[in-house]
Design a protein around this ligand. Structure first.
Ligand code: HEC
Ligand code: HEC
Ligand code: HEC
Ligand code: HEC
Ligand code: HEC
Length: 475
């Protein structure tokens, strides 16, 4: 569904290092990408125009550090998150710059113009991208999320903002989960939106701004999946998994997600003891220093905890095996931990794959697939779970702005499973017992893609072993 929204963006925004992006005079009607009917949506999802570039000014927003004066623990969690890094992220910047330099035609250019909406939302809304890349206010910051008064639906950042004014020290109103906050430097207001997945779904549902192709569908995947029961008492929202996580609590679909009692602001600042404080680590699968800010201390380990509680493996062996004949087995990969597809988000880049090795009693290799070579390349036979986009000519592309269709998508739905079959030959002189070792791996992007985008700034992307299982077969 599309809204009847018209707006014009004027001006040329000068970016860092003399990159100039001019915005088309009519970016058209592409946010939200869809709406929930009244009754199925939070009360502050409304049918009004969204905040468009120039409606607010950059100087109205407080820097995260000033929020941190009274919310020190939340500030610490957030400052190590990908949200804090969303604009300066070197991988994002490399892809974005490539897009700025190479996008052709109106549709592709319009898509590149859209990046800033989610990666630097206050820059977008104020039509001012002049902040230095590493400025604290560039990224997905406190005063963006908590100045959201309402949205108009799902996808491509359809937010309605109501910030205070940092320049004149007017705190304005901060929207959040509580309805009984004392008045402090800012007013506080309960927002049903913030307590539900629809808040995250504004950004975590991305469509191509020129041709509407669904690019990232995390919210839609969740909405159509089993964690959304449509009953608020039993629904497991994004926040229930991602804003309960803390050290020792992975907060996934197959682990406990206990309350986190404490203070949103220390007692001397006016905070009350609360039965639950939502954590702000915002952890997904990212562990690499390019995706996380340099000061990120806890997130890499939290991401590993999360990935290790996302899936399970089962190996079923056909009992009709013998020496000098074939061994058949099946590996079931089950998404037991995610509220959405596994993987989700930027799935044209993300890599999740199986490695399988079969050895005999003397560790002689009988069969292998999914191994990684010295340069970080994955065996081309490997089963990789991800999405492939195609361009106008039908060729696969990693350049989202060129994408016009989806060539393939073999990811695993929430609570769903994939069944992979393997056959190998057991040599006549194989020693008993045979061991089948299966590992599910995760990496944020192909190593060669990161290397060619980041050049000398590239890093070795960590490969996380999510789950592993070894089965024995006696000959
Ligand atoms: C002078 C101290 C102070 C500063 C600065 C401050 N806050 Fe608060 N904030 C508080 C106190 C106190 C509460 C109430 C906590 C409670 O009731 O448990 C609060 C509550 C909140 C809430 C909960 C609102 C609700 O109704 O659920 C949010 C969200 C919030 N602050 C965001 C921010 C943001 C964003 C900033 C920076 C722009 C900020 N705060 C700056 C003191 C402050
Ligand atoms: C990506 C959006 C986002 C960002 C960025 C963000 N918050 Fe929040 N915050 C939320 C949401 C959503 C909730 C409520 C979750 C719920 O009720 O399910 C929340 C809750 C809160 C609360 C209420 C207490 C609690 O944690 O439950 C405070 C206070 C708060 N945030 C302050 C901050 C401060 C300070 C920052 C920056 C250092 C910040 N937030 C950054 C989305 C965000
Ligand atoms: C203003 C847009 C925006 C909103 C609102 C938003 N996000 Fe994000 N989120 C992003 C962007 C952009 C990134 C990627 C940043 C990067 O990697 O540079 C991201 C990254 C993440 C990640 C980390 C992914 C990884 O690969 O590790 C998680 C988890 C996440 N967000 C959860 C949430 C949740 C839960 C909410 C709702 C409470 C939310 N986000 C609201 C824009 C947003
Ligand atoms: C039942 C728990 C659960 C719920 C609900 C859930 N997630 Fe996740 N999420 C996970 C787990 C586990 C992972 C780690 C696996 C992965 O990275 O794919 C994850 C990963 C992610 C990632 C990183 C994906 C990647 O690999 O780059 C993002 C972004 C994300 N979630 C956003 C969301 C948003 C937005 C929602 C709500 C629409 C949500 N999640 C709901 C459990 C959950
Ligand atoms: C509607 C919101 C939205 C728009 C528009 C958007 N993104 Fe994102 N982007 C996200 C979210 C959410 C994530 C996190 C998903 C995940 O971790 O899998 C993300 C993650 C990324 C990442 C991964 C960063 C990392 O370190 O792994 C790159 C690169 C990226 N986006 C590039 C772009 C480019 C280039 C554009 C414009 C063509 C763009 N994005 C437009 C929301 C958006």
């Amino acid at each position: 569904m599309r809204t009847n929204l018209k707006y014009t963006i004027v001006g040329i925004f000068s970016l860092f290092c003399s990159l100039n992006v001019s915005f088309a005079s009519d970016p058209g009607e592409w946010s939200p990408t869809w709406k929930l009917p009244v009754g199925k949506r939070p009360e502050n999802v409304i049918d009004q125009p969204i905040t468009v570039p120039g409606d607010v000014k950059l100087h109205q927003f407080f820097s995260p550090i000033s929020c941190g004066a009274c919310h020190p623990e939340i500030f610490k969690m957030w400052s190590g998150s990908t949200h804090a890094n969303a604009w300066k992220n070197p991988l994002f910047q490399a892809v974005y710059r490539l897009g700025v330099e190479t996008a052709e035609g109106e549709s592709q250019k319009r898509n590149i113009e859209s990046c800033v909406r989610c990666h630097f939302p206050i820059g977008h809304s104020s039509a001012d991208l002049s902040l230095a890349l590493d400025d604290e206010k560039a990224g997905v910051i406190c005063d963006f999320c908590h100045s959201v008064r309402a949205t108009t639906g799902i996808g491509n950042a359809p937010y309605i903002l109501s910030p205070g004014n940092a320049a004149t020290m007017e705190g304005g109103t901060k929207y959040g989960p509580f309805s009984d906050c004392p008045e402090t430097i800012h007013k506080s207001q309960y927002s049903e939106l913030h307590t539900r997945s629809e808040f995250c779904g504004g950004c975590h549902d991305v469509s191509h701004a020129g041709n509407n192709l669904p690019i990232e569908q995390t919210y839609t995947e969740w909405r159509q999946g089993p964690y959304n029961t449509e009953d608020q008492a039993t629904t497991v929202h994004c926040q229930d998994c991602h804003m309960r996580q803390r050290p020792g609590v992975p907060g996934t679909g197959n682990t406990e997600r206990p309350d986190n009692p404490g203070f949103a602001s220390p007692e001397i600042m006016g905070g009350k003891k609360r039965p639950h404080i939502w954590t702000h680590y915002f952890v997904g699968g990212s562990t690499a220093p390019i995706s996380l800010p340099p000061n990120s201390e806890i997130q890499p380990q939290l991401a590993i905890d999360r990935l290790k509680h996302a899936a399970t493996l089962d190996v079923l062996i056909d009992p009709s095996y013998q020496r000098g004949n074939v061994l058949r087995f099946q590996v079931n990969v089950k998404n037991t931990g995610c509220g959405h597809y596994l993987p989700t988000g930027l799935t044209e880049l993300r890599q999740m794959w199986l490695s399988v090795s079969v050895v005999d009693g003397e560790d002689k290799i009988i069969y292998q697939s999914g191994q990684v070579d010295d340069k970080g390349g994955i065996d081309p036979k490997a089963i990789i779970y991800h999405t492939t986009f195609g361009d106008e000519e039908g060729n696969p592309t990693l350049h989202v702005w060129k994408a016009t269709h989806i060539i393939s998508d073999n990811r695993i739905p929430p609570k769903g499973q994939k069944e992979e079959r393997f056959v190998c030959f057991i040599p006549a002189d194989a020693k008993s017992p045979i061991k089948i070792k299966t590992v599910l791996h995760y990496r944020s992007a192909p190593q060669d893609v990161a290397d060619s985008l980041l050049k000398e700034k590239s890093v070795k992307l960590p490969i996380i072993d999510m789950v592993e299982i070894t089965s024995e077969v006696k000959l």
